[in-house]
Design a protein around this ligand. Structure first.
Ligand SMILES: *Cc1c(COP(=O)(O)O)cnc(C)c1O
Length: 370
């Protein structure tokens, strides 16, 4: 049996008629940017996240960058970012003109370690940017406590965690604002690039909207030197068709992950730890193995596709050489980059597919075995 790392087929089959109807609705109206689909999706997604405002934008990177700019963060400022995340989190800070300051994660949950934040603060620190990585919420009690102690705003990177919660409260509703990505591979994916900012602060939402619309709220009147980053009507219509399924997408991924957690047993494969306060949505199911390449090859020989998230940590990327962080300076992120392996995870995985992944991992030959 072949199990892909990710497949959109089950969801596309289920939503085929709805997605085609969404296209027809927009096409018949001949109105493609800034219309009723966008407005309807924004209302629905704000309600889903449990906040008052949502602003559709072009992608997840822009969502975070626009929030930081709307908060007045720019040159000379620093923002706390986890050392183990997708590069977009750090780039959002860079694009705002500020400097990302990397803080190590807790290895077994992969999420930002709140106990390490304070040592990284300086008088230039203007915000905390935690990431709910792989679909599990950060320890938001601890992150918010540090933020409150130092009077710093929290901006959540929810690009991998649509619908995840911490103590029953959905991510995106803890900080001053949050950025979401609807890149096709994310748990709520558009049929192209798309993103959103959610916030409980209408003034902040309005500023984000202006910044993403050439700095203008009123046509041809420009308050800021803004960007062009808007959610188009087609993508909004597709997202609106998919949104009602999002709770089921999360539940389906949890069912697959629960089987992995129960049934995978191998002395060399370390499973992810789920905090009791967290209800993850499993964007990625990440395990760690010292002999990653051997495990990867063994799984491939069993027909199981895998991924690496992420093989090169941000501070070791050529583009971030200016951070001056040599090999060894962020050992936890580096260890994760060497040992992390992502197992297949997508909506509509069959019990047979999940079973094939479990069996393949459990049959990984021990070191030195022939
Ligand atoms: C995908 C992702 C982003 C960026 O989203 P895009 O829509 O690709 O711009 C930001 N942060 C994290 C953690 C992501 O996984």
């Amino acid at each position: 049996m072949t199990v892909p790392f990710v497949s959109f087929r089950p969801l596309e089959r289920e939503l085929d008629a709805d997605l085609r109807a969404a296209f027809d609705r927009v096409y018949r109206r001949s109105w493609y940017i800034g219309g009723e689909e966008d407005a309807a999706f924004e209302r629905a997604f704000a309600a889903f996240c449990g906040v008052r405002c949502c602003v559709g934008v072009g992608n997840g990177l822009d969502a975070l960058m626009l929030i930081l700019k709307a908060l007045g963060i720019g040159p000379g400022d620093e923002v706390i970012v986890p050392s183990n995340t997708y590069i977009a989190t750090a780039l959002a800070v860079t694009y705002a003109g500020a400097r990302p300051v990397l803080v190590e994660p807790v290895p077994d949950t992969f999420n930002l370690d709140p106990d390490r934040i304070e040592a990284a603060l300086s008088p230039r620190t203007k915000a905390l940017l935690p990431v709910h990585l792989y679909g599990q919420a950060c320890d938001m009690d601890a992150v918010m406590a540090v933020a409150d102690r130092h009077g710093l705003p929290v901006v959540e990177d929810c690009a991998q965690a649509h619908g995840a919660s911490w103590r029953g409260k959905r991510v995106g509703s803890f900080g001053v604002a949050a950025g979401f990505s609807f890149y096709p591979g994310k748990n709520l994916g558009a049929l192209g690039d798309a993103g959103a900012v959610v916030t409980d602060d209408p003034a902040l939402a309005e500023k984000v909207r202006a910044l993403g619309n050439y700095g203008s709220l009123e046509k041809y009147h420009h308050l800021y030197k803004g960007h062009n980053s808007r959610l188009d009507e087609l993508q909004a219509a597709f997202l609106l068709a998919k949104l009602p399924l999002l709770p089921r997408i999360g539940a389906d991924r949890r069912a697959a992950a629960d089987r992995y957690l129960r049934e995978i047993r191998h002395p060399e494969v370390r499973l992810p730890v789920v905090r009791p306060e967290a209800e993850p949505v499993w964007h990625i199911f990440a395990v760690r193995c010292a002999r990653r390449q051997a495990l990867e090859r063994h799984l491939a020989s069993c027909g199981i596709q895998t991924g690496r998230h992420y093989p090169v940590p941000i501070h070791r990327q050529p583009c971030y050489g200016d951070l001056n962080l040599p090999e060894g300076s962020l050992p936890i992120a580096e260890e994760i980059s060497r040992t992390e392996l992502s197992l297949p995870m997508y909506y509509g995985m069959t019990p047979e597919e999940i079973g094939a992944v479990v069996a393949a991992v459990n049959s990984f030959p021990a070191e030195g075995a022939l």
